[in-house]
Design a protein around this ligand. Structure first.
Ligand SMILES: Cc1ncc(C[n+]2csc(CCOP(=O)(O)OP(=O)(O)O)c2C)c(N)n1
Length: 556
C-alpha cells in the first residue's frame, strides 16, 4: 500500500485507539492534517512541551492506554523534562520529536542540538527514525515497549527538525497489534511451586502485612488484592502510587506507608513480622528511605520485573508474575482458616488512634481553611467514579495521609515527584475518561507552573475540576528552612518560599473557566458540586492557612 508517513502514522495511532495527542507545534504537521482527514484524533496544542508530556502522562495513567506527546526539535528537551515523572511512575507515554537530518547535522542548523542523549535516562526505549519505511515497525515497537513489563516512556525522534520525514512515501501497511494498545499486554504466570512457598510463609506469619504498589493498579488487580487480604485477614498498606488499590474505608487498609504517608501505616508495617511487597519496587519513598520496614525484616515480593525482586530487601521468597494472576492463584490456594484476631484487632486500634489524633483537624472550622479539612471533604464528596489526582510535595503529603477513597471504582493518581504535574495531568486524565469526574488537588506553587494551561482547558472544554490549596506560598519548605537557619528562620527567610496573594478563581474566570473562591470550610462541598456539574473546566481556589504543615512521617 503506497502511503505517506503522515497517513500511515495517523492510521496507526487511530488503530491503537489514541483519542488525543498533546503537543506544541510545529512537529509532524502533515500527520496532523492527515489525522483530521482520516481519524477522530484530537490534536491539543498546549502552552509548553512539559505540560504536554504531563497531559499525556495523566491520559496514560487514567486509561492504561499510551499517552502521546510531541515537540519539534527546539522543544525536545522541554518534553524530555516532562517525561521524568512518567518514567518514575511507570507510565506508558510515547514522545515524538523532530530531529536532525543526516544531510545537515553538525553545520549549525538553527535551534538544533543532539537531543537523543537527554531522553536516555527518562525512557525505556529511545530511538531514531531516519527512513519512512521504518515507521510501521518502529511505531509498533514503541507501543510494545511502553506497555509491556513494567510500563514506561518511549521516545521516537523523526528525521527533520519538524519531523518532515512524514511527507515521504513508501509501500507500507498500517498494521496495529491491539494487544499493545493498553497495559498490560501480557500476564506472565508465576511458577506455581514458588508461589505456594511464598503463600506458605504468608499463611504462617502471625503479624503479616501486604504493601501494595502501582503494579497492582497497572495489572488491574485491586479486587484480587482486597479478596486475598480478607481471606487471610492481612492488613494492607499501599505505596502512594498504589493508594487506590484498596478503598480507604476498608477495615484492613492501614493507609499509605513511607514518606508521604499516614502514621497508622508506618506503625503497622514497622510492627509486622512479615512484609509481602506486591507490585512495588520498595523504593525510598514507600519505605521512608528503607526505615519502614527495616531492612532485614522477613520479606516476600511479587513483581512483573525480575530485577525488582529482592532489590531493596533480602527475601524469604520472591515470585515473578503478573499481580492479578498471582493474587488470584493465591486466593484459590489459600488456607482460609488462618485467622489473626489479635493482630487485626491491634491494627484496628492503631488506625483508630490515627483517626482520633486527626479528628479535629479533619473537621476543622478554622479560617483560613486547614488543608486536612479539604482532604476530608474530598473523601466525603468526590463522586463514586471520580479520578482524583494529587500534586507532589505538600499536596502529596496531605492527600497521601488524609484523603480516603471510598470504593475501587474511584481512582487516585499522584505526581511521582514533580511539582506542577497534577494540573496538566488532570486535563489529560479527563481527555482519557471524559465520562468520569476528575478532581485535581494542587498547591498554589504547583498551579503556577502551568497556569497557561487553563486556556488549553477552556479552548478544548476539558471539564476537569481543580482544587487549589492556596496559602500564597510553598509552605512545605517552612520546616526545611527553619532547620537551615538553625531553629527558626528569620522573617526575611520567608522570602524563599512565599508568593503574592492571588485569587486564582478570578484568573480562571478571566480566561473563560469557571472560577470559585472558597474562604469558609462549609462552602467547599457546594463549590465542588457546582464545579463538577458545570460541564466546564473549573478551578476552586481555597484560601488556606499558611501555618498548616503536614505531619512528618514516623519510623514506627
Ligand atoms: C520540579 C520540582 N521542583 C521543586 C520541587 C520541590 N518542592 C516540593 S513541594 C514545593 C513547594 C510546594 O508548594 P505548593 O504547591 O504551593 O504547596 P504547599 O507546600 O504550599 O502546600 C517545592 C518547591 C519539586 N517537587 N519539583
Amino acid at each position: 500500500m503506497k502511503l505517506t508517513g503522515a497517513q500511515l502514522l495517523a492510521d496507526m495511532l487511530a488503530g491503537y485507539g489514541v483519542s488525543h495527542v498533546f503537543m506544541v507545534p510545529a512537529v509532524l504537521r502533515r500527520t496532523f492534517a492527515e489525522m483530521e482527514r482520516r481519524t477522530q484524533i484530537k490534536r491539543l496544542h498546549c502552552h509548553g512541551e512539559k505540560a504536554a508530556a504531563y497531559m499525556a502522562d495523566g491520559y496514560a495513567r487514567a486509561s492504561g492506554k499510551p499517552g502521546i506527546c510531541m515537540a519539534q526539535v527546539v522543544g525536545a528537551l522541554n518534553l524530555a523534562a516532562g517525561l521524568r515523572d512518567a518514567y518514575l511512575a511507570h507510565s506508558p507515554v510515547i514522545a515524538f520529536t523532530g530531529g536532525r537530518d543526516a544531510k545537515t547535522k553538525f553545520r549549525k542548523v538553527y535551534q538544533e542540538i543532539d537531543d537523543v542523549p537527554a531522553f536516555e535516562p527518562v525512557t525505556k526505549w529511545n530511538a531514531t527514525i531516519d527512513a519512512v519505511e521504518r515507521f510501521p515497525d518502529m511505531v509498533r515497537q514503541a507501543f510494545r515497549v511502553a506497555t509491556s513489563g513494567a510500563p514506561g516512556p518511549v521516545h521516537l525522534q523523526f528525521r527533520g527538525n519538524e519531523g518532515q520525514l512524514d511527507q515521504e512515501e513508501a509501500d507500507m501497511e498500517p498494521l496495529v497489534e491491539a494487544q499493545f494498545a493498553r497495559v498490560p499486554p501480557f500476564r506472565p504466570r508465576p511458577d506455581e511451586a514458588e508461589l505456594k512457598r511464598l503463600l506458605g510463609f504468608l499463611e504462617k506469619a502471625e503479624k503479616p502485612v501486604i504493601v501494595a504498589g502501582g503494579g497492582v493498579r497497572a495489572s488491574g488487580a485491586s479486587a484480587e488484592l482486597v479478596a486475598l487480604a480478607e481471606a487471610l485477614s492481612i492488613p494492607v498498606a499501599t505505596s502512594l502510587n498504589g493508594k487506590d488499590c484498596i478503598p480507604g474505608t476498608h477495615p484492613l487498609n492501614v493507609g499509605v506507608v513511607g514518606s508521604y504517608s499516614r502514621e497508622s501505616a508506618n506503625r503497622v508495617v514497622a510492627a509486622a513480622d512479615l512484609v509481602c511487597f506486591v507490585g512495588t519496587s520498595a523504593g525510598g519513598m514507600t519505605t521512608h528511605v528503607w526505615a519502614v520496614p527495616k531492612i532485614g525484616v522477613p520479606a516476600l515480593q511479587i513483581d512483573i520485573e525480575p530485577e525488582t525482586i529482592g532489590r531493596n530487601y533480602p527475601l524469604k521468597a520472591g515470585v515473578l508474575g503478573d499481580a492479578k494472576v498471582c493474587l488470584s492463584m493465591m486466593l484459590q490456594l489459600a488456607d482460609r482458616t488462618s485467622r489473626r484476631k489479635a493482630w487485626v484487632e491491634n491494627v484496628r486500634r492503631v488506625c483508630d488512634e490515627w483517626k482520633d489524633k486527626y479528628k479535629s483537624s479533619l473537621a476543622s472550622e478554622g479560617i483560613p481553611i486547614r488543608p486536612e479539612r479539604i482532604c476530608a471533604e474530598l473523601s466525603k464528596h468526590v463522586p463514586d467514579d471520580a479520578i482524583v489526582l494529587s500534586d507532589t510535595g505538600h499536596a502529596g503529603m496531605w492527600m497521601g495521609g488524609m484523603y480516603d477513597t471510598r470504593s475501587l471504582a474511584q481512582s487516585f493518581i499522584r505526581s511521582a515527584g514533580h511539582l506542577g504535574w497534577a494540573f496538566p495531568a488532570g486535563l489529560g486524565a479527563k481527555c482519557a475518561a471524559p465520562g468520569r469526574p476528575v478532581v485535581t488537588f494542587t498547591g498554589d506553587a504547583g498551579l503556577w507552573y502551568h497556569l497557561g494551561e487553563i486556556e488549553t482547558a477552556v479552548r478544548w472544554n476539558i471539564a476537569a475540576g481543580t482544587v487549589v490549596n492556596n496559602n500564597s506560598s510553598g509552605n512545605q519548605s517552612k520546616r526545611g528552612f527553619d532547620r537551615a537557619y538553625g531553629g527558626e528562620q528569620t522573617a526575611k527567610g520567608r522570602e524563599l518560599w512565599t508568593y503574592t496573594n492571588v485569587d486564582f478563581a478570578r484568573v480562571a474566570s478571566d480566561i473563560g473557566a469557571l472560577g470559585i473562591r472558597v474562604e469558609r470550610p462549609k462552602d467547599f462541598p457546594k463549590a465542588l458540586n457546582e464545579a463538577l456539574k458545570s460541564g466546564r473546566p473549573a478551578l476552586i481556589d481555597v484560601v488556606t492557612d499558611i501555618e498548616a504543615i503536614a505531619p512528618a512521617a514516623v519510623n514506627g
